[in-house]
Design a protein. Structure first.
Length: 223
């Protein structure tokens, strides 16, 4: 896929990119070309990250074009004025068809970069993770879940789903039975919604589902 096909929208303040699973958002120790690298080459100027996605995750990434826009957009994320909706294919069944996951997220040991959850969460604690979920349907093997994370802790969705016995397809770090062949995990940052920081208009963005067969089969469930 050409990078131009990954650019879903662009304006004077920001651009919205459809990240493919396996692409790093920013430069890392692997030296692989990142979304930020490709976007700066495409737009011919410096861009600024305002949020991140794990490398094996696909979906929407928002990049600011100016420092002022970066500050405004970062504040929207910080104050939870951006609605983020994810889709995940998980093993097993969720506790209910619809509900909220609340866990204490303990700091990640640097040796494996993995978050750990505890059930005795205090909602006033800075380390609490809150994610609303809704079961959308099933494939022959997996359950398709829509997730709306309220907080933004490290590996929040991955750790919380694992804690309730529903690891994400391919996410062996958090208990999946086997990895995906391309080393992705079946977690997709599907939608972003927020009020534009300059013109104050509602902005809604949606990422197309990944091209692999099981994600494409989910189109019938989502309809």
């Amino acid at each position: 896929m050409q990078f131009s096909e990954q650019v879903l929208t662009k304006n004077h303040q920001f651009c919205v990119i459809n990240k493919l699973a396996g692409q790093p958002v920013q430069p890392d120790l692997t030296g692989d070309t990142s979304i930020l690298d490709m976007a700066e080459k495409y737009f011919h100027h410096k861009l600024y990250l305002v949020h991140r996605l794990d490398r094996p995750v696909s979906g929407l990434i928002l990049l600011a074009k100016k420092t002022t826009a970066a500050a405004q957009l970062s504040e929207l994320f910080k104050t939870r004025r951006v609605e983020k909706i994810y889709l995940a294919l998980v093993e097993n069944d969720l506790p209910e068809m619809e509900g909220t996951l609340i866990h204490q997220i303990d700091p990640s040991p640097k040796k494996n970069n993995k978050s750990h959850t505890r059930e005795d969460a205090d909602e006033d604690n800075n380390n609490v993770a809150v994610t609303h979920y809704k079961v959308m349907g099933k494939t022959t093997t997996y359950t398709l879940v829509q997730l709306n994370p309220v907080t933004g802790k490290h590996h929040q969705i991955r750790a919380q789903l694992s804690s309730v016995g529903c690891p994400i397809k391919g996410d062996v770090k958090y208990g999946a039975r086997r990895g995906n062949k391309d080393r992705s995990i079946s977690l997709h940052a599907w939608k972003l919604s927020f009020i534009h920081p300059v013109n104050k208009k509602q902005n809604d963005y949606e990422s197309p589902l990944p091209e692999d067969e099981i994600w494409q089969a989910c189109k019938e469930i989502i309809k």
